[in-house]
Design a protein around this ligand. Sequence first.
Ligand code: AP5
Length: 217
Amino acid sequence: MRLVFLGPPGAGKGTQARLLEQRFGLRQISTGDILRANRTRGTELGKRAEGYMRRGELVPDDLVIHMIESELEHTGAGFVMDGFPRTVAQAEALDVMLARRRQPLTAAVLFSGDRAALIRRLASRWTNPRNGRTYNAITNPPKVAGIDDEDGGELIQREDDRADTIAKRLEVYDAQTRPLAAYYRRTGKLLEVDALASVEAVADRIAGAIGAEPAGT
Ligand code: AP5
């Protein structure tokens, strides 16, 4: 199964992609996590992406398309992309890459949710910078504040989760990413999921929409 997750910041795309990876064996490909890892390692890509990310703007298409192309080289038949595509140019490039591999996209899952709730989620998000795992101070707190339950390391608040940058990211989503819903609706690939429910309820809705069965069944 090959999926892309679409939806505004804070809709829960990363949370649900990680669950799909654990439950169904689909590889999670998160462009945000890959870019942040490059920034931490100080690679050329990380340096070029840094300013855009700090301002809440999109990194230029050619950089992320190239990045996805090389990710696909190391990916088998099943994946879930969280954070890509984000522009029509990226969606078109992905279609070309998948056609070349004779592995067409199964579906694009669009997460929807009320703006005020999404902003609250982002403002209370805590992230493990080593692997991208997220917690939420209100809905899913770690056992010890500021510490990851599993690796015992420090959690951080992302610098783009400041109120002014969240507002910018939502604006960018409306202008550049929202049109993708029409793009995938036209090809009959769009599935819409209301993301304002518990993590488990949203996961059930997604599994129902894509007709997924756990890996090995
Ligand atoms: P990216 O990291 O992709 O950020 P985003 O799309 O803005 O999405 P988020 O990670 O903020 O939210 P999410 O939907 O994954 O929510 P999450 O599961 O964490 O991108 C960052 C930047 O990188 C971009 O601004 C851009 O600069 C660049 N970039 C990335 N991809 C790019 C591309 N393709 N092209 C160009 N530039 C690109 O959940 C949020 C919080 O809510 C967490 O605390 C979580 O615990 C909680 N939560 C989740 N689900 C629920 C629930 N059901 N109920 C209650 N709480 C919940």
